[in-house]
Design a protein around this ligand. Structure first.
Ligand SMILES: NC(=O)c1ccc[n+]([C@@H]2O[C@H](COP(=O)([O-])OP(=O)(O)OC[C@H]3O[C@@H](n4cnc5c(N)ncnc54)[C@H](OP(=O)(O)O)[C@@H]3O)[C@@H](O)[C@H]2O)c1
Length: 162
């Protein structure tokens, strides 16, 4: 998110930050990712389903099809089904967008949050929800200065539930 918690505009990301994307890929590969239908739509077709991950999409539209992903009408039914086949090594990552982040904070017991803080204040229409910081402690896991490939500096924090 940017300095104002912005994460998206016009159903697209606000930036192209290759090392942040690499961190996302390396952290989530091998695991389960749950996303909103708009986030799924925003991913270019050649990159979806996200590789080496079980892709889960939430949509209230029971007709919605997402090639290579499983669609569920609510988070509860998604989690109930995932519980039937997930391995002990696999984690479930909620990968946005804003509606699905909010839903997860409301309905789930979140163990960890990986949150990138981007050193910019951009024009956004979608925002990362505020959460109860007092339940978590944070450590810095990666830092990036701005350079020719990264228009903005950023820091990646891991927040862990006490
Ligand atoms: N910077 C980042 O880290 C990051 C990460 C992810 C996304 N983004 C950005 O975030 C934006 C998209 O976020 P968004 O908040 O607009 O949309 P979203 O959360 O990706 O998807 C919203 C959709 O999810 C479905 N949905 C929402 N609540 C539901 C529920 N309780 N049960 C079942 N389905 C439910 C609905 O789909 P239907 O309309 O089909 O019913 C709804 O339209 C884009 O700009 C994207 O680029 C940024």
């Amino acid at each position: 998110m940017d300095k104002n918690r912005g994460i998206g505009k016009n159903n697209d990301l606000l930036w192209h930050l290759p090392n942040d994307m690499r961190f996302f890929k390396e952290t989530t590969q091998g695991h389960v990712v749950i996303m909103g239908r708009k986030n799924w739509d925003s991913i270019p077709e050649k990159y979806r389903p996200l590789s080496h991950r079980e892709n889960i999409v939430l949509s209230r539209n029971t007709q919605f099809k997402a090639d290579g992903a499983t669609v569920y009408p609510n988070l509860t039914s998604a989690l109930e089904n995932i519980a039937k086949w997930i391995t002990p090594e696999q984690k479930i990552f909620i990968i946005g967008g804003a509606q699905i982040y909010s839903l997860a904070f409301e309905e789930c017991d979140i163990d960890e949050i990986f949150l990138t803080e981007v050193d910019a204040a951009l024009d956004a229409d979608t925002f990362f929800p505020k959460f109860d910081k007092t339940s978590f402690s944070k450590i810095l896991v990666q830092e990036q200065n701005s350079d020719e490939k990264h228009p903005f500096a950023f820091q990646i924090f891991k927040w862990s539930k006490h």
